[in-house]
Design a protein around this ligand. Structure first.
Ligand code: COA
Length: 151
């Protein structure tokens, strides 16, 4: 393991603003930072968690907010799941996902769902989510499938 892998990454609960630059850069490079604001980003029960390096750089982000599932069930939607390219494969994303799951649990639990990029399906499966329904192509982004689990 190189020195880089030993760098401490801490998780922090933050306001939505802190998530926007990484959200835009990793997930929506074809859009502007202002375009990547989600509805309900600033609701009191929405949680944003970022992974931060000792120098303050945000290298990971996740958002979980109340939103009905595509099949009309009340639940929580996972959005904006991103790790900086240079920090992937070290468990940062899994820790962020666990923090989002903890938030849902602390709010009484329920259905957690997301629109998952096909490439990220194994990542979500490891956290207990399963896919549902047909895949579709999201313009500018690629193929997606809905994934879900009950918390
Ligand atoms: C998905 C993502 C958040 C995972 O973050 P991470 O910090 O690397 O997560 P972990 O280290 O906990 O887990 C690594 C796993 O992520 C998945 N992964 C790796 N690179 C990926 C990529 N470019 N895109 C999607 N998933 C990826 C793999 O399943 C990987 O497992 P492996 O190490 O066994 O190959 C990160 O890869 C990413 O930001 N990808 C691009 C944006 C994206 O696809 N976000 C999800 C939108 S639904």
């Amino acid at each position: 393991m190189g020195a880089e892998e030993l760098v401490e990454v801490r998780l922090e609960r933050v306001g939505s603003e802190a998530t926007l630059p990484l959200r835009q850069r990793v997930l929506r490079p074809h859009q502007t930072v202002r375009d990547v604001v989600f509805p309900r980003d600033d609701e009191p029960d929405t949680a944003h968690v970022v992974a931060v390096l000792p120098d303050g750089a945000v290298v990971g982000t996740v958002t979980v907010l109340r939103e009905e599932s595509p099949w009309g069930a009340p639940g929580w939607r996972l959005r904006g799941m991103a790790t900086d390219e240079t920090m992937r494969g070290r468990g940062v994303g899994s820790r962020l996902l666990a923090a989002a799951i903890d938030h849902v649990r602390a709010q009484g639990g329920g259905l957690l769902w997301c629109n998952a990029r096909l490439r990220a399906v194994p990542f979500y499966q490891r956290a207990g989510l399963t896919s549902r329904g047909e895949q579709w192509e999201e313009p500018h982004i690629g193929p997606h499938v809905v994934m879900w689990r009950v918390i």
